[in-house]
Ligand binder design. Structure first.
Ligand code: HGY
Ligand code: MN
Ligand code: MN
Length: 419
């Protein structure tokens, strides 16, 4: 009965209202959000997250990379917390639910425990991970990545955005901001966690197509991210003959076409994206001397990602012509399968809630991949309209978000020893 009381504590209207409030920060004309990591809009979202936690009587802790943890105390405070959450930062043309749902459903789960008057042995926390999206500061899933692998902290603090702004300098603003809201405890990186459950919109159409409300996520496909820099020579567009040109766009365009051809697979499982492509100086009458482009390469099969990912550099070098090419790989992550107590708790929670459900494998990357390195982890997907995401048209239904929050609330209550 305890778990049913927790499920009944979820307030659909209240959860939807939190989404509407949160969507104000970085709101775009097309109904999405632009709330990139550590921008003023992200700080606004962080401030409100802290205020909502404070008003509910939860304590706030922050770690060295700016991950924020709201905590509802357990009857045995020495136990490692059972944690849920996701990210409040967005893509530049992002939607109102990617990341926000997991944070707000996590907060709603803690509210549900309060409303139900249910205590838990272990503390329960909801986390907002820093810079999941990696649009402004590369790589993404940064906050959870540093949490799971603390020696990477200094490298990440030195990362700069396109304007040359250093991440560590932006992060300095967070402390004073949050101190104005509530007392802030320091949280150690890699502090033990009992389990981690992340709620997220599916970002694909399977739930909607099959009429299911909940996706029990069985794993996340692996990924390799590259930054390619092609170096030619700036020259006059009117006077420089072709034979003397070192045209970085021409070389990069040959690479882009050849890479896409190499990555074509008959079963259309492989995901290969060149999302950012910048030519410098970007003046119409100057032969471009430099091009930077991104590569986002994903596939479930680790061996295939190794084989094809390792072929990228030689292919680019072979097509560089008179230009030079250098390639960095800021992020690589293996495929992960969720197993153990966390996914079992999600499966049980789905039964308690009585939600329609199916198993799903995640094509999108999530912070839960990093947390699976530290503790039993799992994910709960809810539908989004036509599977659209990383797009301002991203949409979801209040009733689906609430059902997801119920499953999350019941799962973390069970894992934390609700009584
Ligand atoms: O790119 C991803 O998979 C995540 O949505 N940031
Ligand atoms: Mn996300
Ligand atoms: Mn995303």
């Amino acid at each position: 009965m305890v778990l049913e009381r927790v499920a009944a504590g979820v307030d659909e209207a209240g959860l939807w209202k939190m989404h509407e409030e949160m969507a104000r920060f970085g709101a775009t004309a097309k109904g999405g959000v632009c709330r990139e990591a550590l921008t003023p809009e992200d700080f606004d979202a962080r401030r409100v997250f802290a205020e909502w936690g404070r008003d509910a009587g939860f304590s706030l802790a922050v770690d060295a990379i700016g991950n924020m943890f709201l905590r509802r105390e357990g009857t045995d405070p020495d136990l490692p917390p059972v944690t849920t959450g996701s990210h409040l930062d967005s893509q530049p043309t992002g939607g109102r639910f990617d990341g926000s749902f997991g944070v707000l459903a996590g907060l709603e789960a803690l509210f549900a425990l309060e409303r139900a008057g249910v205590r838990t042995r272990a503390p329960v926390e909801v986390v907002n991970w820093t810079n999941e999206e990696g649009g402004r500061f590369v790589p993404g899933v940064m906050g959870s990545g540093v949490y799971a692998d603390p020696p990477t902290l200094q490298t990440m603090l030195e990362v700069r955005d396109r304007a040359g702004v250093r991440l560590g300098d932006e992060l300095q603003k967070l402390g004073p901001l949050l101190a104005s809201v509530a007392p802030v405890d320091e949280r150690a990186l890699a502090a033990p966690m009992g389990a981690f459950i992340e709620g997220h919109i599916e970002q694909a159409p399977r739930l909607e197509e099959t009429g299911n409300t909940i996706g029990v996520v069985t794993g996340i496909q692996g990924t390799r991210k590259f930054q390619v820099e092609v170096t030619g020579e700036e020259a006059h567009a009117g006077t420089t003959p072709r034979r003397r040109r070192k045209d970085a766009v021409l070389a990069a365009a040959c690479m882009v076409q050849a890479l896409h051809r190499m990555m074509e697979d008959a079963d259309d499982l492989l995901r290969f994206t060149i999302g950012a492509f910048e030519a410098f100086p970007g003046a119409p009458s100057v032969v471009p001397g430099r091009v930077r482009f991104s590569i986002d390469f994903r596939h479930p099969d680790d061996a295939l990602r190794t084989r094809l990912g390792d072929a990228i550099q030689p292919l680019c070098e072979a097509l560089a012509g008179p230009c030079g090419v250098s390639i960095e790989e800021p992020q690589a992550a293996s495929s992960v399968d969720f197993h153990g107590a966390a996914i079992e708790a999600v499966r049980h929670a789905v039964e308690v809630v009585g939600a329609s459900h199916m198993d799903l494998y995640s094509g999108a990357g999530h912070d839960a991949r990093n947390m699976a390195l530290l503790c039993p982890s799992a994910m709960v997907f809810v539908p989004c309209e036509k599977g659209i995401s990383h797009n301002e048209a991203e949409n979801a239904k209040p009733e689906d978000l609430a059902e997801g929050a119920r499953v999350i609330a019941v799962a973390i209550a069970e894992l934390a020893g609700a009584h």
